[in-house]
Ligand binder design. Structure first.
Ligand SMILES: Nc1ncnc2c1ncn2[C@@H]1O[C@H](COP(=O)(O)OP(=O)(O)OP(=O)(O)O)[C@@H](O)[C@H]1O
Length: 359
């Protein structure tokens, strides 16, 4: 799958854009704050219905304007399109192949897009909630039913937490047992999905990571569960007294984490910035492969400012791993644009895009 055309009206610093792109590597280069990442953001919204930079999409509407219009034309096996209208009032309208879509769920599963942005580095280093959020987001793309299990689980955990906090009722124990009975089924579904995703992810990350790092480093990714999949009901029962004492749910998928080891050591403590970036690139490429396997379509890959902190060898190795994937890369560094001379180059300046002709 590849994007052939992007049209924007009143999106960020683009008054109007109507530009075509190529399969293969498209490099957006230019000085800082010119609108390179804005292009990636627009493509991401067309694919995933939301920005990867801000929670409120209304912030992407050009200052002083009422709404933004985004149109992405892409080739699957035939020409297809996605249109998004974002209102400053937060209302959003969507069209798929010219036909209005009822909701975001309908949009997902059309233009597949995977993004790597500097923000993703936080996932490796910071709070476990970021790693859980990453896993849940990726699994939801390939298993829509997972979203329902997760929503129900989260709702029951909130109710159970409220009951544990109240504790004034003599029957609280029985109420907690009733919640646990409901939770057990959802925990099973969440663990099954997360663990099988992590197994596959680990395998693909190792492969790509070796290719980018030149085979000098070994990565391992392990899912750390707080309630074992093999004894869910028993564990919840055992936890009951402690939870009643502490007044909150102390274990379950909402407390689980991913452990990422580089040459056997925790990356949060031992990895350099370049190593972290290499790891996250391998993670994103692995997500793309998993998405490709389950949908039969190769997603479009967006790499925002990916080259900083990578040495020349890693940059070249990364480019080799991108074969067959339409990729958009932003860079403010002219030397990177030269390294990417065989790609299609687009000079971005003050909300305009100009293709640099070869030669
Ligand atoms: N809602 C908006 N309305 C108008 N202009 C905006 C809006 N949001 C952001 N901008 C402008 O977009 C520009 C930033 O664009 P972008 O984030 O794409 O930069 P970039 O070219 O990727 O830069 P860098 O190399 O620094 O990452 C800035 O000039 C900013 O003022």
């Amino acid at each position: 799958m590849y994007l052939t055309r992007l049209k924007l009206i009143h999106f960020r610093n683009y008054e109007q854009l109507n530009h075509s792109f190529y399969p293969g590597v498209n490099v957006l280069y230019g000085r800082n704050a010119q609108g390179k990442t804005n292009i990636l953001e627009a493509i991401h919204i067309c694919g995933n219905g939301k920005s990867f930079r801000v929670n409120a999409d209304s912030k992407t509407v050009m200052e002083g304007k009422e709404g933004a219009y985004l149109f992405a034309e892409y080739v699957e096996s035939m020409d297809r399109s996605v249109e998004v209208l974002i209102g400053r009032d937060r209302k959003k309208s969507l069209k798929i192949d010219g036909i209005p879509a009822k909701n975001l769920k309908e949009l997902l599963g059309n233009l597949f897009v995977v993004v790597f942005s500097p923000e993703d580095m936080k996932m490796a280093k910071e709070a476990p909630s970021l790693r859980r959020g990453f896993l849940d987001g990726e699994i939801s793309k390939i298993r829509p039913s997972y979203v329902d299990a997760l929503k129900n689980y989260t709702k029951i955990i909130a109710q159970k937490n409220a009951a544990l906090r109240r504790r004034e009722n003599r029957d609280t124990g029985a109420v907690i047992d009733a919640y646990n009975a409901q939770l057990a089924g959802y925990i099973r579904i969440i663990l099954k999905n997360r663990k099988s995703y992590v197994n596959k992810l680990g395998e693909y990350v190792r492969e790509t990571h070796r290719a980018i790092s030149g085979g000098t480093e070994e990565i391992s990714i392990v899912y750390k569960e707080t309630v074992p999949e093999t004894g869910i009901a028993e564990t919840l029962k055992k936890l009951r007294e402690r939870e009643l004492f502490e007044g909150s749910c102390t274990a379950g998928p909402h407390r689980d984490d991913l452990e990422i080891l580089l040459n056997g050591k925790d990356i949060r403590v031992f990895a350099s910035q370049g190593q972290l970036r290499t790891l996250m690139l391998a993670v994103k490429t692995a997500c793309l492969k998993i998405l490709e396997e389950s949908t039969g379509h190769t997603p479009v890959l967006l790499l925002d400012d990916v080259f900083s902190e990578l040495d020349q060898t890693r940059k070249k190795n990364l480019l080799r791993t991108l074969k067959g994937i339409q990729t958009f890369i932003t860079t403010a560094d002219d030397a990177d644009a030269k390294l990417l001379a065989r790609a299609h180059l687009f000079y971005v300046e003050n909300g305009t895009v100009r293709e640099r002709q070869p030669g």
